[in-house]
Design a binder for this molecule. Sequence first.
Ligand code: GLA
Length: 657
Amino acid sequence: MKLILLVALTLFTLAGRAADTVWLTSLDLAKMRQGWGTPQTDRSIREQPLTIGGHKFAHGVGTHAASSLWVDLAGGAERFLASVGVDDAAGNTRASVTFKIVGDGRTLWESGVLRLGQPAKTVDVDLQGVKTLILLVGDAGDGNGWDHADWADARFITSGATPKAMDPPREPAVVLTPKPGPAPRINGARIFGVRPGSPFLFTIAATGERPMKFAASGLPKGLKLDPQAGQITGALGRRGVYQVSFKASNRHGTARRKFRIVCGDTLALTPHMGWNSWYVWENRVTDAIMRAAADAMVSSGMRDHGYEYVNIDDCWAVKPGSPDPLLGGEPRDAEGRVNANGRFPDMKALTDYIHAKGLKAGIYTSPGPLTCAGHVGAYQHEAQDARRFAEWGFDFLKYDWCSYGDIARNPDRAALAKPYQLISGLLRQQPRDIVLNLCQYGMGNVWEWGASAGGNSWRTAGDLGGSFEGIPAALFRDGFDVYANNHLERYGGPGHWNDPDYLLLGYLSNWKGGTAPTPLTPNEQYTHVSLWSLLAAPLIFSGDITRLDAFTLGLLTNDEVIDVDQDPLGRPGRRVAKNGDTEVWMRELEDGTRAVGLFNRGEMATTVTARWADVGVSGRQIVRDLWRQQDLDKFTGEYAATVPRHGVVLVRLRPAK
Ligand code: GLA
């Protein structure tokens, strides 16, 4: 009797109209976000028939944790039905997921943890009155490896308008960073490493009205300061630690800051700050683009906040076989020295141009015969190329594995390290300081040996922006999970940093020949920069630096956030608490205070609590909001904040007297 009633209810709505079945697969699945791969229709993420616990399903969506789909029910949905579970093809017992259905902010249904081999769980959710639905798959708290998740036989029973996949609600792009005032403020790194005898170049970063006058007391012999430009040049003869005090004055006042110069073997005592051409210009980069980037680093004010490196990525060398006369040609001269392609007529003139602004220049190549984009690499010319880069005047080298995979097949750790040991040794022989960035996507746990191979930083994962639409998922995967799961805080430090890739903000290449604004929401962008600062990651912006809107500039130039990234102690932060979708990250700073990020990876705003016990502080603490640069209040025991979808509240705690 009950059963008959239920069937009758499914077929006829209260209004007496016949109900329709709308399959989940008929919605625009391009709007589904997921941690790996792309959503599949009527098959699993492995492109096999949907199978849960040995049972095959003809219909449904194959996805991968963490996955979310927002659905506008348009007031017409009655019920949602499905059978959910881990797809059998996941093939690893570590596969474990949770399914969750949220309607208008309320949890309507939760699966609990489902593992490989378990039978599908039946979903039957009443949707009457619900306007916005979110279908979620979580990683069950153990990372998303092998988390192949199926929404099998998933369908809506509707009586009116058809449910539609939708974008998450638009967030306003609120600029939180206060505008720098007219009085001087000295920013950026507070410690700087240089080798004895190397040309010294450091520009005191300071905001405030110009003209400004700079002074430095305690500058060691061999260095001189240009009082107008704030540029320190020269060379140091003697190893040692030199305590210096900077002063910047204008008609509104004077700022002072202590600074340490460490003359020894270690470069990059704080994470690199700068700009890289790849994610906006990829294979279109030219000399003119690089000069414009250097100009923009000054005119945008980024230099005044500590940004320094202007780095060419791939595509400056000759591309063998290219029909484009500017890209083709002789890859090397008669002596075997590498040639730039026709888009870079004079590399020395380019680095002179960059240096004249007090900035530094970076270049890129591969240990393989070809770079990732098919340009000439350094293979079997490593010594010549290291010398060439030094002669050209470069200060930074990104060394990208690429075709070296053809040289070292199935490399063990020694083989992975070999090309980096070789190049770092060669760079050390040059008469100038060249910072080395390892790029090999994290292979062989590079963080465990990158420093001993001579790297000043190493990419910890694949390309954060490898797929434009995939950037938000990559941010959470490569930013949070790769870092937390491998405890990368154990490996970063002064002279050797974890590099989760560039800041993907502003206008980026859409990989279709044009540019488009970052697909990250405003809150995701705050999450991106906050996390990078807590991780002590390089702050290398890779969007269009000549086209910065106020929001993007605010993200890049918050001095209190940058102070966290550039903290001289150089101890990277770590995750100290995780509770469902919320995470608390903490970084110890040189002055004994702590920076704390309260993150919400979930789809709905929620409260995130930083407990003193987790953060490692006690007593009354003054909590300062770093993005707003404002003290909030004094708190005891914990600090809790409402954090928006995919957003963050970044604070610094200092003991109340
Ligand atoms: C690889 C690197 C990227 C970029 C490109 C250039 O994919 O990881 O950062 O340098 O090569 O081809």
